[in-house]
Design a protein around this ligand. Structure first.
Ligand code: F0G
Length: 465
């Protein structure tokens, strides 16, 4: 008999949540400039802003904190983490960083020269910004299927080899700094790459002398999809698939706040001895000594244990199972979502959800604010506000995907929380004509989505009664 997914853990401690009134939430979202990033978390009921740093650590990880060796140099926990990264990811050199963007900063500075191109399978906000700040220009080489929320291709994170070849032909391989390969592509909806495509992408780049650096932030989630969907991979354990992915690439940046089940931490991992030496030198300028990179010893210990837990089959089966559960409920109710359902969240197709709100009034921003007003569920805009402005023209970018991300933290919420979330989204969908578009009041220069402020394009409410 087929059994449904269930958590391979039980709850040992609970954290109380505050249930607010609609009037409180209307006031809170107005005070926050209709930006869910600016809400105090004490006024949030179910927090689906991000899966980043929001996971529940296990009792083993908490116990690991007590083994923190807080030496400035050569902490025991660094060596343990180094051995763990070598075992599971396979790279030779480990440079810890305070989180993923710390690693992106180092890699971009070391490997990009002014005017070089950096192809990647869809942009990620911080990754692209660091590439640009280092003088690079991002070029999207993801397959076209990723741009279509209704296309059910099983590997919408794949790179389009023809797009990579075209870039090389146009600008010359020496003007391509490296290819940035993201697993379980966040901005596409948590969509995986196939092992075959990863191999072919790396082969093509390496034939032209172009290195490939993995964004391994959600690589293990990607491994689960490979195991479930890719012919010939069904019997492979997750850790084996992970090694097969990493073995084709030259190194990785990692935000350990996702797959690795910790609240803070990241790393840069490299195979090249010379480049690693340069990175170890640069990390002391921006993060901390090369054996802690901005982390406490205890953080590195929790990360090492989290990496081991992340590749357990039952863990990943229930993690992805919970995301699929919520996605299925919304699909059954006819709510427009990105399909197939991805690994770390449900992505509402805000452009189709709110056809009456023009792109210039940021439908995804409006929908995430309205969802908060309706139920206290906090989501995140992943559309034009996140995309920002064109580096050269200064014009607003309007990506093909205008999405609201309901991101599921790992091991935190219950199935009943998923039910409440679904009820609220479905209610909003039925009352979508009451949602009002937004316009900018304050637009920060970098990564504007974090701190931007808005007002309703008409009236003073984002969700009319
Ligand atoms: N790469 C990917 C694919 C990410 O999703 C993130 C962070 C980073 C790099 C940067 O890592 O936050 O540790 O500095 N994503 C978070 C999110 C912020 O909510 O999707 P970081």
């Amino acid at each position: 008999m087929k059994r449904s997914w269930a958590e391979p853990w039980k709850v040992k401690m609970v954290e109380h949540l505050r249930v607010t009134t609609r009037a409180e939430r209307e006031q809170a979202i107005a005070d926050a400039g209709f930006n869910t990033f600016l809400l105090p978390s004490r006024l949030v009921y179910i927090d689906l802003l991000t899966d980043s740093g929001t996971s529940a650590m296990s009792d083993v990880q908490w116990a690991g904190l007590m083994r923190g060796d807080e030496a400035y140099a050569g902490s025991e926990n660094f060596y343990r983490l180094e051995a763990t990264v070598r075992k599971y990811y396979g790279y030779k050199h480990l440079i810890p960083t305070h989180q993923g963007r710390g690693a992106e900063h180092l890699l971009s500075r070391l490997c990009i020269r002014e005017g070089q191109y950096v192809p990647g399978n869809m942009y990620f906000t911080t990754t692209k910004l660091h590439q640009e700040l280092a003088g690079g220009r991002f070029v999207d080489v993801i397959v076209d299927e990723a741009q279509d929320p209704d296309n059910t291709h099983p590997f919408k994170g794949n790179c389009d080899l023809a797009k990579i070849q075209r870039l090389i032909d146009q600008v010359g391989a020496e003007r391509v700094a490296y290819l940035s390969l993201e697993t379980n592509v966040n901005m596409a909806g948590g969509q995986p790459c196939s092992l075959r495509n990863i191999r072919e992408t790396c082969d093509l780049c390496h034939r032209h002398g172009i290195p490939v650096y993995l964004d391994a932030t959600r690589a293990v989630e990607n491994c689960y999809f490979i195991q479930q969907r890719e012919p010939g991979c069904q019997s492979k354990p997750l850790d084996q698939i992970l090694r097969e992915i990493c073995d084709c690439t030259d190194g990785c940046t990692m935000s350990a706040k996702k797959d690795a089940l910790v609240n803070i931490g990241g790393f840069l991992a490299l195979n090249d001895d010379q480049l690693a030496e340069q990175a170890r030198n640069l990390v002391v300028v921006y993060e901390g000594l090369h054996t802690y990179g901005g982390l406490a010893g205890r953080d590195m210990e929790a990360m090492a244990i989290g990496i081991e837990e992340s590749v357990h089959q039952e863990h990943m089966h229930s993690r992805i199972g919970q995301v699929q559960y919520l996605g299925k409920k919304l699909i059954e109710a006819g709510v427009p979502v990105v399909r197939p359902i991805g690994g770390h969240g449900i992505f509402l197709n805000a452009a189709r959800f709110l056809p009456h709100v023009p792109r210039e009034q940021f439908p995804a921003q409006a929908l995430s604010a309205a969802l908060y007003v309706d139920s206290g569920v906090r989501a995140m805009e992943r559309g034009a506000v996140s995309a920002g402005r064109d580096k050269e023209t200064g014009e607003n970018l309007y990506p093909s995907l205008e999405l609201v991300r309901l991101t599921i933290p790992r091991r935190v919420y219950t199935q009943a929380h998923m039910d409440v979330t679904a009820e609220s989204v479905i209610d909003l969908y039925e009352n979508r004509d009451k949602i009002v578009g937004l316009e900018f009041v304050h637009e920060p220069r970098y990564l504007r989505f974090f701190q931007a402020r808005f007002r309703p394009a008409s009236g003073d409410r984002v969700l009319r009664t």
